[in-house]
Design a protein around this ligand. Sequence first.
Ligand code: COS
Length: 393
Amino acid sequence: MSDFPLFALSEEHRAIREAVRAVCDAKVTPFAADVDEHARYPEEAADALLASDFHAPHVPEQYGGAGADALATVIVIEEVARADMSASLVPAVNKLGSLPLMIAGSEELKARYLAKLAKGDGGFSYCLSEPDAGSDAVAMKTRAVKEETSEGVFYVLDGVKRWITNAGVSEFYTVMAVTDREARSRGISAFVVEKSDEGVSFGAPEKKLGIKGSPTREVYFDHVRIPADRMIGAEGTGFATAMQTLDHTRVTIAAQAVGVAQGALDYALGYARERQQFGKPIADFQGMQFLLADMGMKVEAARQLTYAAAGRSERGDADLTFFGAAAKCFASDVAMEVTTNAVQVLGGYGYTHDYPVERMMRDAKITQIYEGTNQVQRIVMARQLLAGVQSEL
Ligand code: COS
């Protein structure tokens, strides 16, 4: 047998986990309850993540980024989510918003915007969903009309995007818009829009169940005229780019789910050791032990699937579409179950704001919904299976 460390993290990946955990212990965990309570942007976490280069770790070194591979990025997001899901949306959404550029953008566009993202000159949000186009993303109405003038070629964007994470905070937006209505999914194109572009505005922050520290708003495009060189890839390729992006970033949602589940499990374990009933710690009761064992087992299974998906994301394997959907779906279902059971372990205390597990339970719920509901993930997985796409292993 070789001494190849099968299914073990490299020293480098372990070191990244330790480094992020230190940042989180100092600057994320202490503020998580306050961020949730006041539904405020996690400034302390965002500043600390930027200072330690964990705000957009996926940006390649050639653009001034940390050059983290897909697994390292997953570890960063997992660790931040373990402390505070809202804060984990900083690295997660920066990847979601900028990945279309990395996949299909021109070298000039990448150099211009990825460098700004890496430097901290502005975050990147992703604008796909609309009021009437959620799971059915192709049904979007936002349009981009080509305009050829003596000053050059432009696209004029009109429409509304909804559920846009970090809208208003981000400086840059990848926007999918219809350039040819008749061509359906092949008539959608992707653009980089800046917050400062004339005609861009934002709705009021949504009042949400969880991830309260991460602003979610509508984004309005009222005759936003942008130069044609801000189109990402060729006209009509925007939908395929948007879907390819989600194949990769569903892995990062799985990472958030693993992180928040681990955070809840850690807290429940500590509580079960301390809390005395019937003259002994509740951890001594077998009923409690079985509950904790199931939680640990499921978190670990979700983590392994997520890391396996991250490997596929890094290599661009043909089975990434299946693995991205499977990891997101499985890990988010686990996160919901584990965070709910953590509340159960704490009993009445768990149901109050004095303990973090009810926040984790509320935060976990979104992982079953965004970047495609878990029903959509099952559609995606079934299509891959029926098309005969085989696992790379
Ligand atoms: N990679 C590359 N291309 C893809 C792709 C992928 N993973 N998935 C789909 N496409 C392409 C298809 O190949 C097809 O192209 P052609 O028409 O050129 O053949 C096109 O995109 C349309 O695909 P499809 O016919 O599968 O589209 P549907 O309308 O059936 O929608 C689902 C498919 C439901 C899976 C898709 O709309 C989806 O993922 N919806 C959820 C959206 C979402 O996650 N929203 C959250 C936003 S971020 S918070």
